[in-house]
Ligand binder design. Structure first.
Ligand code: NAD
Ligand code: UDP
Length: 313
């Protein structure tokens, strides 16, 4: 059956790859975005498709549409962008979830929430399993994002229990790849852009904190498998279990770009999680999913993308 999909945040980094993958399956896509961190260039190549439509809209306001699947991805994801207007970030997560759940309830659509590994906060359980409730500071500078996503998860499960809405919740771990913004502020794009410009590579703290990096095509495959899956609400972790220190990432990027950059140590931001790695047993079992692209391979594509963007000035 061909679906009519709504992708909120569809002009963003992950959203644009998702729109592309859904169109490639022959499905219809309504891409909704307020262009805070998303860009028309990300989806410009899709505008010619009769299966594709673009709507400028802010998810904090309700919207009436006829769709049967909703992917709720609208929300700035980089700390730099989500801390720019923290109140708006919470509104986007909470009111965006409410509006998309209300829409799903009315039109009986299946609705998938892009949640995050940030719901685990600075985790005391490692690697993180879905049954872990997390260690989140409710009043810190990351709470607008972390707590906003936690409320969204609560809303999803209450709409499911109370109103029978067909929900899917995924917890996405650090994902990278082409179409991240040059000024995105997250670690992979920062390091690649700094290395290509031969500017200092900025490590926050001593670089011993870890993250696990998933290439975007692997993630999109997992997202669609979750949406297609019957009788499974999640939450399910989607991420690459390959864990690296931030210092290792800096060294790998510098080597792969032949960069003359030096490493510059900067203060560690408040509440920066010390380690993060997904346990993906559940995704393996329920979705038959696991990442296929190792860090170096994904970095190669990402470096090529940014080389091209920087060459265009
Ligand atoms: P992104 O910033 O590139 O994409 C977010 C998109 O949402 C942008 O196009 C932005 O313009 C749009 N948006 C923001 N506020 C909006 C609003 N109020 N109304 C309508 N559109 C709005 O970030 P991304 O990395 O593509 O992240 C997409 C989703 O995945 C987010 O919900 C994020 O929390 C989640 N996620 C991403 C990662 C990751 O590592 N990339 C990890 C965990 C979760
Ligand atoms: N980081 C860094 N240098 C940068 C950007 C980020 O050392 O230029 C660190 C950051 O402090 C964190 C890790 O890299 O420990 C991942 O940061 P990012 O913002 O990409 O994602 P998140 O912290 O949300 O996982």
């Amino acid at each position: 059956m061909s679906h009519v999909n709504l992708v909120t945040g569809g002009a963003g980094f992950i959203g644009s790859h998702l729109c592309e993958a859904l169109l490639a399956r022959g499905e219809q896509v309504l891409c909704l975005d307020n262009f805070f961190t998303g860009r028309k260039q990300n989806i410009a190549h899709l505008l010619g498709s009769p299966q594709f439509e673009l709507v400028r809209h802010d998810v904090t306001n309700p919207i009436m549409l006829e769709v049967d699947r909703i992917y709720n991805f609208a929300c700035p994801a980089s700390p730099v962008h989500y801390q720019f207007n923290p109140v708006k970030t919470i509104k986007t997560s909470v009111m965006g979830a409410l509006n998309m759940l209300g829409l799903a309830k009315r039109v009986k659509a299946r609705v998938l929430q892009a949640s995050t590994s940030e719901v685990y906060g600075d985790p005391t359980v490692h690697p993180q399993v879905e049954s872990y409730w997390g260690n989140v500071n409710p009043i810190g500078i990351r709470s607008c994002y972390d707590e906003g996503k936690r409320v969204a998860e609560a809303l999803f499960f209450d709409y499911h229990r109370q109103n029978g809405v067909d929900i899917r919740v995924i917890r996405i771990f650090n994902t990278y790849g082409p179409r991240m913004l040059v000024n995105d502020g997250r670690v992979v794009s920062n390091f690649v852009v700094q290395a290509l410009r031969n500017h200092p590579i900025t490590i926050y703290g001593d670089g011993s904190q870890t993250r696990s990096f998933c290439y975007v095509s692997d993630l999109v495959d997992g997202i669609i498998r979750m949406m297609d899956c019957q009788d499974f609400t999640g939450p399910v972790n989607l991420g690459n279990p390959g864990e690296f220190t931030i210092k290792e990432l800096a060294e790998t990027v510098a080597e792969m770009t032949d960069s003359k950059s030096v490493i510059e140590y900067k203060p560690l931001p408040e509440n920066d999680p010390t380690r993060r790695r997904p346990d993906i047993t559940l995704a393996r079992e329920r979705l038959g999913w696991q990442p296929t692209i190792p860090l170096r391979e994904g970095l190669k594509e990402t470096i090529a993308y940014f080389r091209n963007v920087l060459a265009q000035g």
